[in-house]
Design a protein around this ligand. Structure first.
Ligand code: SF4
Ligand code: SF4
Length: 219
């Protein structure tokens, strides 16, 4: 699932305070599950922004709303944003972008989109994928170097590894983990062949995918 985090309130206020009427829109799918953009979070953010506005004599009015998914027209079409001067989205970057494409007023992100992750525990997720469009997990024992290596390199470990830990941030070295898991699976010899397996010409940042197209796949 896409994991999201609320931006600092001061940053949100500075984006939207110039507008008189702001519609705060949650997304009832990934954003709700990651406890960043569900109904409760929309209500809390609206109340927080109203309180901040009243304390600073700001005239901005905030109203909350929910839609099921901000990235699909069948749901976005039901959003009643008329009468508002701006939309504040509690969706992922795709949701914000889709709303910005469909609404005539400015759309602002209230959340930062962190990664595609898997649950570790309650309200805790592990980054597993960055949607690069050319998956190598089959070769890397299910550990993504693009996502889990601090430098995103494909031929680690680099010289910054020490005792299995990465020189950058509080994390284990992804490439040591890849080697260890391949070894555990009896595939340790495959490690030497890694490093040239990733097709970086395919990048989800620049491609779109039409499942209905004859050829299918990326274009
Ligand atoms: S290699 Fe690409 S598609 Fe595969 S998990 Fe990593 S970022 Fe995601
Ligand atoms: S120490 Fe490992 S995880 Fe950190 S940047 Fe180097 S290869 Fe990547």
């Amino acid at each position: 699932m896409i994991v999201l985090r609320l931006k600092p309130i001061a940053d949100i206020r500075s984006m939207v305070e110039r507008h008189a009427r702001v519609l705060v829109v949650g997304c009832n799918t990934c954003a709700a599950v990651s406890l960043a953009g569900g109904e409760t979070e929309v209500e809390t953010l609206v109340e927080t922004l109203r309180l901040g506005a009243s304390r600073s004599a700001c005239q901005t009015e905030y109203t909350g709303a929910m839609i099921q998914r901000q990235c699909e027209p069948e749901f976005v079409d039901k959003l009643e944003a008329g009468g508002y001067d701006a939309v504040l989205s509690l969706g992922c970057g795709a949701g914000v972008a889709f709303l910005a494409n469909t609404e005539s007023v400015p759309v602002y992100p209230a959340l930062d989109t962190l990664f595609i992750g898997a649950a570790k525990g309650h309200a805790s997720w592990q980054a597993e994928c960055s949607a690069c469009g050319s998956c190598v997990l089959g070769e890397t024992a299910g550990i993504c170097p693009t996502t889990r290596c601090a430098k995103g390199i494909m031929n680690g470990p680099c010289g910054g590894v020490k005792d299995g830990r990465c020189e950058l941030g509080d994390r284990d070295c992804a490439w040591v983990q890849i080697y260890d898991r391949l070894d555990e699976q009896g595939r340790g010899d495959d490690f030497d062949g890694l490093g040239s397996t990733k097709d970086n010409s395919v990048n989800s940042m620049t491609c779109e995918w039409d499942m209905n197209a004859d050829s299918g796949g990326s274009k």
